[in-house]
Design a protein around this ligand. Structure first.
Ligand code: FE2
Ligand code: FE2
Length: 461
C-alpha cells in the first residue's frame, strides 16, 4: 500500500495533536498539520501531493477581536480552483454548494473520522492490521504499579552511541512490588519496554492484574491507593490509545471500584483525610471527592428516587472522571472561572487548552460505549457555558441542572482540597470551604445546591 499522506487543518492545538496521533496510529499516515486555512491553501498550491485532506468546518470564536476562519469553505474552493481531486473530510456541520464533494463528520469523533478516512480512500479496516509497533514497545514504569508479576520479559533501554541497547531486567513471572518499581524511577528509568509480540499480552494482563489489585486491597488506605493508581493509569491509557476495548475496560474497572467504595462507606471524614494527604494525583483526588459529595447530596435535590438516583450518580461519576482529562497540570485543573483564569497568567498554549478542554473532553467521550445519556453535554457545560468553550462572563441557568449541581460541588471540592491546615476538623473545613460559594452563586438554581451543602455541614455539627 502506498504511504497515506494527510493534510490536516484544525485551529485548536490540542485537538490537532489528538487527531494527528490517531491518524498516525490508525493508518500509519504522514500528517501535515496546520492551524489556519491560509497555511493549508498555501501548502496545496505549492504542489505538495496528498491522499486526503481533513479540515475543521470553521474556527471557533474565542475572543471578540478574532475573525472566524471558514476553513472548510476556503479549502474546498481551493481544491476546486486547483482542480485537485483529493478527497476532503470536514469535521463539524457544513453547508456549501459543493458539499457533495466532501465527507462530513457532524461531530468531532475520532471513530467517525477514522471511518470516513477508510471510506474516502476506499480502504478497509483489515488493510491496516499489519501496522507494526517498534520491536520494543515502551510503557511508563508507573503502569506497572498495578501489577505484581511480569506477564512477559521486561527490558530497559540503554542509550549508546552505537545505537540503543535493550537489557532484560525482569523475567516473565517474576514478582515485584511498587517499591521495587519506584526504585527504578529514582534511578532515572522512566519507561520499561516489552517485545512487540507481547504488546497485547501485556495490556490484557495489565487489565486483569488491575482488577485483582482493586479487589484484593483490604484496608481503606490500600483501597484508596489502588484506586488512585488505577485512575491515573486508565486516564493515561485512554489519552494515549483513545477509546479501545482495553481502555474502556480499565476505565470501567476504575469507575466501578470508586463507585462501590463511595456507596459502601459512610465515613466521609476518613475519605477526606486520605484525599487531603496528597496521595495520588490531584485529578484523582478531586474526581473522587466530587463523586463522594454528589452521592450524599444528590438525594437532597429531589430529582427522583431509586433507579433515577442511581443513574444520576452514574452520570456524575462519568463526568467527574472525564471532565478535565486533557488538563494534565494541576494548576489548570484548579481554574474554574474567568477571574481565576486571568489571575493564573497562562501562556498561549495553556490558555488555549483550558479554554477548549470541556469541549475536547466531551468530544472524546462521545464515542465511549454505553455512555449514559447526556454525559457529553454535562462535560461540555461543566464550567457554565453551553458550547464547552471558555468560561461565562456571568453565571446562567440556561444549562442543565445537573451541570449546575456539578459546578457547585466541584468548586466546593476544590476549596476543600486547597486547605493545608490539618488541625481543622472536617466540619470546620467544610464551613470554610462553603463561604466563597455563598457569595459566588446567587442564582436560585445554583443557590439550591449551596443550601444543601450548608445543610450537610450543619447536620454534622
Ligand atoms: Fe475539574
Ligand atoms: Fe474543567
Amino acid at each position: 500500500m502506498e504511504i497515506i499522506k494527510i493534510l490536516l487543518i484544525e485551529p485548536n492545538e490540542s485537538t490537532r495533536e489528538v487527531i494527528t496521533k490517531s491518524l498516525q496510529r490508525s493508518f500509519d499516515a504522514q500528517v501535515r498539520a496546520f492551524k489556519t486555512s491560509s497555511d493549508g491553501t498555501e501548502c496545496l498550491k505549492s504542489g505538495e501531493s496528498f491522499s486526503l485532506v481533513i479540515v475543521r468546518n470553521f474556527s471557533e470564536v474565542i475572543s471578540h477581536e478574532q475573525v472566524v476562519d471558514h476553513i472548510a469553505d476556503k479549502i474546498l474552493n481551493c481544491l476546486y480552483d486547483q482542480s485537485l481531486k483529493i478527497p476532503l473530510i470536514v469535521i463539524g456541520p457544513f453547508e456549501h454548494v459543493y458539499r457533495q464533494y466532501a465527507l462530513v463528520s457532524e461531530r468531532l469523533r475520532i471513530e467517525e473520522i477514522n471511518r470516513l478516512v477508510l471510506k474516502a480512500l476506499g480502504l478497509k479496516k483489515e488493510d491496516f492490521k499489519h501496522l507494526k509497533l517498534p520491536d520494543y514497545v515502551p510503557f511508563p514504569v508507573s503502569y506497572f504499579f498495578l501489577m505484581h508479576s511480569a506477564p512477559c520479559d521486561i527490558y530497559i533501554k540503554l542509550v549508546k552511541k552505537a545505537g540503543d541497547a535493550f537489557v532484560k531486567k525482569i523475567n516473565v513471572n517474576d514478582q515485584f512490588t511498587k517499591d521495587d518499581l519506584i526504585k527504578y524511577e529514582e534511578f532515572g528509568v522512566s519507561d520499561f519496554y516489552v517485545l512487540k509480540e507481547n504488546y497485547h499480552k501485556f495490556l490484557d494482563d495489565l487489565m486483569a492484574q488491575n482488577l485483582n489489585n482493586l479487589n484484593q486491597a483490604k484496608s481503606f488506605d490500600e483501597k484508596i491507593q489502588a484506586t488512585a493508581d488505577s485512575y491515573q493509569i486508565s486516564a493515561d491509557l485512554i489519552k494515549a490509545l483513545g477509546i479501545t476495548p482495553m481502555t474502556v475496560t480499565i476505565v470501567n474497572q476504575t469507575l466501578t471500584v470508586m463507585k462501590s467504595q463511595i456507596q459502601k462507606t459512610d465515613k466521609l471524614g476518613q475519605l477526606l483525610r486520605k484525599l487531603l494527604s496528597d496521595e495520588g494525583s490531584y485529578s484523582y483526588r478531586h474526581s473522587h471527592l466530587i463523586c463522594a459529595l454528589s452521592y450524599i447530596l444528590l438525594p437532597k435535590m429531589e430529582w427522583g428516587k431509586g433507579d433515577q438516583q442511581n443513574s444520576l450518580f452514574e452520570k456524575i461519576c462519568m463526568v467527574s472522571y472525564f471532565h478535565d482529562l486533557f488538563l494534565e497540570d494541576e494548576k489548570l485543573q484548579k481554574i474554574s472561572d474567568l477571574p481565576a483564569l486571568k489571575k493564573a497568567n497562562l501562556d498561549l498554549k495553556e490558555t488555549e487548552l483550558i479554554i477548549n478542554h470541556a469541549h475536547l473532553c466531551a468530544g472524546l467521550v462521545q464515542s465511549y460505549p454505553k455512555l449514559p445519556q447526556g454525559v457529553d453535554l454535562l462535560i461540555k457545560q461543566h464550567h457554565g457555558v453551553s458550547n464547552g468553550v471558555g468560561f461565562p462572563e456571568a453565571l446562567t441557568s440556561a444549562i442543565s441542572p445537573l451541570a449546575i449541581f456539578f459546578m457547585v460541588i466541584e468548586d466546593f471540592a476544590k476549596n476543600i482540597l486547597g486547605m493545608s491546615d490539618d488541625t481543622l476538623t472536617l466540619n470546620q473545613m467544610m464551613t470554610i470551604a462553603i463561604l466563597p460559594l455563598k457569595e459566588k452563586y446567587q442564582l436560585t438554581s445554583y443557590r439550591k445546591v449551596v443550601t444543601e451543602i450548608e445543610n450537610l455541614v450543619g447536620s454534622k455539627k
